[in-house]
Structure formats: C-alpha cells, structure tokens
Ligand binder design. Structure first.
Ligand code: AMP
Length: 282
C-alpha cells in the first residue's frame, strides 16, 4: 500500500494502472475509519482491481459553527486499517494541496438541497459536490462507493455524475451499525457517556416507524410525530429534523407509498447525529 499526498503523483499513478487495463474503485472519506468505511473498502476490493481510499477533511463542506476543528483524526490508525483491508493507495492530501488558493469555479447543487441536511447545513452539499468533482478528476475511478448513511449525499452525487457526464458508476452500500443499532460514525467518539447510552434510540425510533408503516399507517405526519415523541422522551438531544420523502428524488409525500426515506438529525452537546431508513412500500 502506498500513501500519496500530491495530485500529480495520484494522477500519474492511476493513469499507469488504467493503461494496463486495471479498473479503479474509489472510497472517499474524511478518515477516522470505522467498520462503515471498511465495508465500502471491502466492496471495492471485491469489484475492482485497484482500491483508492481518500482521507480528506474538506473545509468547504463545514459551516462556520460546525465541527471542523474537533473532527476526529488519527492517520496512523487509518493507515493500519486501510493496509489490513486491502487498500492499494491512500490519497492523503493537505488542505493546501486541494485548495492552494480560492477556487475560481465551484459546483452549486440546485436540486434536493432544500430538505434534510441541505436545509440545516446551507452550502454543505455545494462543498461536497465541489470536492468530489476534484477527487473524481484526480482519481479517475471506474466505480465510487458511498454509504447509505448519507443517503441524501448519494442522491446528489448521482445527480452530479449524470448532469456532468462523469463516467463513474456510483455504488451505494448499506448502513453499518453498532450492536445496539447506533449507525457507526467517526463522530460517535464525541458523544458524552450519557448521550452514547441514549443514541441507539434514534434507530429504535426508525424501527418503530417501520413497524407502524408495515401495519398500514400511510400518513407521514403521524409517523414523524411517533419518532419525535420517542426521541424527546428518551434522549437529551435537540431534534434538528425528522422528515419523510420519496427516494431518491426527495419529493414531499402526502401518502406513504413507493420508495421512501425516513431521515433524522439530532444534535447532542458536541455532535450532530444522522440516521435514516429507506423502505419500499407496496
Ligand atoms: P465520512 O468519512 O463520514 O465522510 O464517510 C465516508 C463514506 O463512508 C461516506 O460514503 C459515508 O456514507 C460512508 N459511511 C459512513 N458511516 C457509514 C456507516 N455507518 N455505514 C456505511 N457507510 C458509512
């Protein structure tokens, strides 16, 4: 496994691999790897000849009052995990390498940003789409692997590659959870002990919502109220949003039918957690 820190070396290395017919799988991350990231890497390992993992905490996707400075980092640990899970290249650029000066062009996401994390984190998805456009041009992968934990991100990235004719297949991967149901996240280490004990309620509330729907509930507002009450009752978190839309278009629904996403975000003292469930309703 090789660690590459410059754009030039990354592009030259990949071009050599592609010239001899290798397919390239790409897993973009912000590091502090956990089993969610590893499941993306394993999937890439199974589907492509070369696996590139990027580790880059992208300042452009953090708002002024968000957790950029407290975002957890541990490159040595990430290096070992990547090596043990079959990564060929870690692309680990500095902020100066990616943004040597203010960008003259950025990507602006026009659809699907007025809901969920797009509404509560203005500019976030523009930052994500901009850095991914750069990373896609640097790594030039055949396939890119993304977690359904960030389901809105996947829908937006699908829009990006379609609208800009970027020849990359986007592969969605199921959410990996702790044994108590909490979705794995690099940010979970910043939960206080009591908050960590309460955090599985997020997934429990989604499971309860699923059961309600399976028992015939068609009204999204009733499902949302059920989730809200459970989270208010059993956690100290502040609800950022609980919303239900069609998936992947993220359009409002008056009746629960077809493919839907139930998604939520809850703020704890130092961390904002997200989770979701995608259901196919007959
Ligand atoms: P991050 O490092 O948080 O930017 O995440 C990098 C990639 O890993 C994204 O595609 C995430 O959706 C994915 N990911 C993060 N947590 C999980 C999880 N618990 N299960 C599956 N994928 C995940």
């Amino acid at each position: 496994m090789k660690v590459i820190t410059t754009i030039d070396e990354m592009q030259e290395t990949i071009l050599k691999d592609k010239k001899i017919g290798k397919s390239v799988g790409f897993v973009p991350t912000m590091g502090f790897l956990h089993e969610g990231h590893l499941s993306l890497i394993k999937k890439a390992r199974g589907e492509t000849d070369i696996v590139v993992l990027s580790i880059f905490v992208n300042p452009l996707q953090f708002g002024p009052n968000e957790d950029l400075s407290s975002y957890p980092r541990d490159f040595e640990r990430d290096h070992k995990l990547a090596e043990n899970n079959g990564v060929d290249y870690i692309f680990y650029p500095s902020v100066e390498e990616i943004y040597p000066e203010p960008l003259t062009v950025t990507v602006k996401v026009n659809a699907r940003t007025d809901v969920l994390c797009g509404r509560s984190r203005p500019g976030h998805f523009d930052g994500v789409a901009t850095v991914l456009t750069k990373l896609f041009n640097i790594v030039q992968p055949t396939k890119a692997f993304f977690g359904m934990k960030d389901a809105q991100q996947i829908a937006i990235v699908e829009g990006l590659v379609n609208d800009f004719h970027i020849p990359i297949e986007i592969i969605p991967i199921e959410i990996v959870r702790e044994s108590d149901g909490l979705a794995k996240s690099s940010r979970n280490v910043n939960l206080l002990t009591i908050e960590r004990d309460q955090a599985p309620v997020l997934f429990e509330s989604l499971q309860g919502a699923k059961a309600l729907i399976e028992n015939g509930e068609k009204n999204p507002n009733i499902v949302i109220s059920y989730i809200r009450e459970m989270i208010l009752d059993k956690t100290n978190g502040n609800i950022d949003y609980i919303e239900i839309y069609s998936y992947p278009k993220l359009l409002e629904l008056t009746q629960l039918e077809g493919k839907i996403i139930i998604a939520l975000a809850v703020k704890f003292s130092k961390v904002r957690l997200i989770d979701n469930l995608v259901l196919n309703i007959q």
